[in-house]
Design a binder for this molecule. Structure first.
Ligand SMILES: C[S@@+](CC[C@H](N)C(=O)[O-])C[C@H]1O[C@@H](n2cnc3c(N)ncnc32)[C@H](O)[C@@H]1O
Length: 405
């Protein structure tokens, strides 16, 4: 792990020019960082259909980009994780009612992995939501589950469902950053956290270490949801690195989403090109130099057309727009959208490496504090791109825990 971390760290630092930028903002000028390079010429030559194809197959994209950036092959190799096959769990239909399709696949896959690697005699479900995962673990293992969650409505719904199914689940309402930890943690628990954002899973790691939990299994997400302005490295190796990631850079790995269908893509083209077109208009007509963030907008509002979108946004920002050639700005927005998408392709080849840097930083921290780490993908990226599972097992279990593996 240490070798992989140092390798990824070095390559990310050496290639900052290729991932440390915001394609949205850089799309503003015809000349960008790759103009007049072979890579720039290749990007220029792509049709929008080819751009879409590249986005749908990052592996092929990466090997194509390797022609221009040979180190990408090395980076991809060090960022690659296996999907471990474990016996699937068979669920009673009462457990699955009310869980949307893709979410159910994620939870079942994560459930199968953690049951297979279970250590301890109880479970703790951290940032549980409605506690779907906890109910599966309770049902399959017949062991007690504490489901810790912040939102009281989710706690009430989760508890009611567990009671209905007569499962040994107890919800505890609380704030991960300021909780009555004695009421939440005990030395018997295997803690699980499915998609606990940024600092929430880091808080769990520290509690796990203090309570010497026999195991913890974390599927991290939303790395940018942190309390500080920059990422706080956890491991000694991370602290020693000169890679200091800002909140906006922590969003980069999250830009790899499950590519939606044609309708979703059309909607995205419309929304993004309108936003970019408005940016051009505000610069051209009002002389504004800074990008003006516009709140999220309903799909139906976009259907009214670019001019209506601009008037709506101007009203929200307290700006008055002059009469101007809206169509020309709409077309400029479309051009910028195409440029933004092409620039994003280069950054995309670094998404996973950046995510692995964060995951390895956490893993090295846990390893230093007495845990043996297994990293794998608990489901395919098509189900969720946030599919990395950090499984940490105490190497010297306390004598009062019961390790099944
Ligand atoms: C992305 S959801 C994941 C929920 C669930 N684990 C799942 O995968 O369905 C994150 C959960 O963390 C909870 N949460 C957010 N901030 C929290 C805090 N400070 N303390 C405890 N839970 C929190 C949210 O209410 C939400 O239910």
């Amino acid at each position: 792990m240490r070798t992989a971390f140092l390798h990824i760290d070095r390559l990310l630092l050496a290639h900052q020019r290729y991932w440390r930028f915001e394609p949205f903002h850089e799309s503003g000028s015809k000349d960008h960082r790759f103009t007049n390079t072979e890579l720039g010429d290749w990007l220029e030559s792509l049709s929008m259909q080819q751009v879409q194809q590249c986005k749908q197959n990052v592996q092929t994209l990466t090997s194509t980009l390797t022609t221009f950036l040979p180190s990408l092959a090395d980076l991809a190799q060090h960022s690659c994780l296996k999907q471990t096959q474990v016996p699937p769990v068979t669920l009673n239909s009462r457990l699955t009612t009310g869980v949307p399709g893709r979410k159910l696949t994620q939870i079942t896959a994560m459930g199968a992995q953690v049951l297979h690697q279970h250590c301890g005699t109880q479970w703790l479900e951290w940032c549980a939501g409605k506690g779907f995962l906890g109910r599966i673990l309770a049902d399959q293992s017949q062991q007690a589950v504490r489901s810790f969650e912040w939102q009281s409505e989710l706690c009430e719904k989760g508890q009611a469902e567990a009671n209905k199914q007569q499962l040994p689940v107890t919800f505890i309402e609380g704030d991960a950053f300021n909780c009555d930890h004695k009421a939440v943690f005990n030395h018997q628990q295997h803690a699980v956290a499915l998609h606990a954002c940024g600092d929430l899973h880091v808080a769990l790691m520290h509690h796990a270490m203090n309570y010497q939990l026999p195991a913890l299994s974390i599927a991290p997400c939303c790395y940018h949801l942190i309390q500080g302005e920059h990422y706080q490295a956890q491991s000694d190796e991370g602290k020693a690195s000169s890679l200091i990631l800002s909140k906006s850079e922590l969003r980069i790995p999250l830009q790899e989403t499950v590519t939606g269908g044609e309708r979703v893509q059309r909607h995205r083209l419309l929304e993004m090109s309108f936003r970019l077109g408005l940016d051009e208009l505000l610069r051209g007509e009002l002389g504004l130099q800074q990008y003006q963030p516009i709140p999220s907008i309903k799909k139906s509002q976009l259907q009214l057309g670019f001019r209506e979108f601009c008037l709506w946004a101007a009203q929200r920002k307290g700006l008055t727009l002059p009469e101007c050639d809206f169509e020309q700005y709409r077309l400029q927005g479309e051009l910028r959208f195409a440029r933004m998408e092409k620039l994003s392709l280069v950054q995309m080849a670094f998404h996973r490496a950046l995510e692995m840097w964060l995951v390895l930083d956490k893993s090295l921290f846990l390893a230093k504090h007495g845990y043996q780490i297994t990293l794998n993908e608990f489901c395919s990226k098509a189900i969720t791109p946030r599919n990395i599972l950090i499984h940490a097992k105490r190497t010297e279990p306390r004598c009062d825990t019961n390790c099944t593996k």
